[in-house]
Design a protein around this ligand. Structure first.
Ligand SMILES: NC(=O)c1ccc[n+]([C@@H]2O[C@H](COP(=O)([O-])OP(=O)(O)OC[C@H]3O[C@@H](n4cnc5c(N)ncnc54)[C@H](OP(=O)(O)O)[C@@H]3O)[C@@H](O)[C@H]2O)c1
Length: 250
């Protein structure tokens, strides 16, 4: 129970990687605040995570791509008397369009959620962390390091989140706030359903990954737990790949 007594805010915690992180943090004793847009699915997820009915999982519906929605969510957090010790910026979206016709609307949508949202949420957490310290875990991507066609906005946003992590790490080190990023490889979640079902793409991923398979959300959660524990108190500004070896290979 390494997170007993801690409260973690996890954006995008209703499914996929964020859900696996929420479940692991819960098992380790944390109180959770989980944000996602779909309120019904969020409430169902929170009820399922709080298996022991301890009232330790708080759903806060929020669109992290919208600053008014973020402001309203933080009002709710304060009204409920909750605090925040750990922040996991996990909410993310991807839109695929060829670069030459990539629309500004799609570009802004992806940036608003993946990068600006993480910035605004991080900033809003400062008042909870400035006196007692805190841990911030940003979910980056292979696209923080390498690129593929048709996902220019996603790639730029994930490159941005990697460097934003370092910006937090150096500027808030004096507040005892540590910020690190995780680069998941190809992880089998809802976001990738179409890719997993695409035989050719699936083969490409398995051939391209030295470990020969898709990763599991729990495998990313294990790294997110480490960064949130006191064992990582002197680790900040780091980027850890959980990718079955993709970035190590040509
Ligand atoms: N899966 C992978 O292979 C992979 C690889 C590298 C990086 N990542 C990153 O890991 C993160 C999670 O990916 P995933 O595969 O677990 O995705 P997912 O299964 O699609 O889950 C996304 C989560 O984010 C929430 N979300 C999406 N847009 C939101 C918004 N505007 N405001 C608040 N919540 C929002 C979703 O809930 P609602 O829809 O209800 O809002 C859901 O809880 C993303 O940042 C992604 O870029 C994933």
């Amino acid at each position: 129970m390494v997170l007993e007594g801690k409260t973690a805010l996890i954006t995008g915690g209703s499914r996929g990687i964020g859900r696996a992180i929420s479940e692991l943090y819960y098992q380790e004793g944390a109180t959770l605040i989980i944000m996602a847009r779909n309120e019904q699915k969020l409430k169902e997820a929170c009820a399922q995570i709080d298996k022991e009915h301890q009232g330790r999982v708080h759903p806060i519906a929020c669109d992290v791509g919208n600053k008014d929605s973020i402001a309203a969510a933080f009002e709710q957090i304060k009204a409920q008397g909750l605090t925040i010790d750990i922040l996991v910026n996990c909410a993310g979206i991807n839109i695929r369009e060829p670069l030459e016709t990539f629309s500004l609307e799609s570009w802004n949508k992806v940036m608003d959620v993946n990068l600006t949202g993480a910035f605004l949420i991080t900033q809003a957490c400062f008042e909870f962390m400035k006196d007692k310290g805190g841990k911030i875990v940003n979910i980056a991507s292979l696209m923080s390091e390498i690129a593929r066609p048709t996902i220019a906005a996603y790639t730029a946003s994930k490159g941005g989140i990697k460097m934003f992590t370092r910006a937090i790490a150096i500027e808030w080190a004096k507040y005892n706030i540590q910020a690190n990023a995780i680069v998941p490889g190809y992880i089998a979640t809802e976001m990738n359903t179409a890719l997993i079902e695409d035989e050719k793409f699936n083969k490409f991923i398995c051939d391209r990954t030295p470990q020969g398979r898709w990763g599991k959300p729990e495998e990313v959660a294990a790294a997110a737990l480490f960064f949130a524990t006191p064992g990582a108190n002197f680790i900040t500004g780091q980027v850890l790949a959980v990718d079955g070896g993709i970035l190590a290979s040509l």
